[in-house]
Ligand binder design. Structure first.
Ligand code: FES
Length: 108
């Protein structure tokens, strides 16, 4: 297996409905995971992009959260309709999707 150029992490952590922190799982995270999987397959990105689901990564209120390494780009509020743009712009062409990036000022 070649070393992947990109590793895409999708938070799929789920908390019970009404939990004060909310969760990515409550907001379509599994559909996002599925769409990434299908998109990677459709674009034949095996070997270039590795996809993993994760537990909570912290900024739950901005979820669903997707992180792309090695670039260290954190995406917020990702929905299934955003997945094709992330794959085409970031993974295929190396250009992050700025409109979805968690703003620098959000980090303490
Ligand atoms: S539940 Fe996804 S970042 Fe916390």
């Amino acid at each position: 297996m070649p070393k992947p150029a990109y590793h895409i992490f999708v938070c799929t952590n789920t908390r019970p409905p009404g939990h004060p922190r909310g969760s990515c799982g409550e907001n379509n995270a599994m559909a996002i995971m599925e769409k990434f999987g299908m998109g990677i397959e459709k674009r034949m990105l095996f070997g270039k992009a590795l996809l993993s689901n994760t537990g909570c990564m912290g900024p739950c209120s901005t979820g669903p959260v997707v992180v792309v390494y090695p670039d260290g780009v954190w995406y917020k509020g990702v929905q299934p309709d955003d997945v094709d743009e992330i794959l085409d712009s970031h993974i295929v062409n190396g250009k992050k999707v700025e409109r979805l990036e968690i703003p620098a000022e959000m980090w303490g």
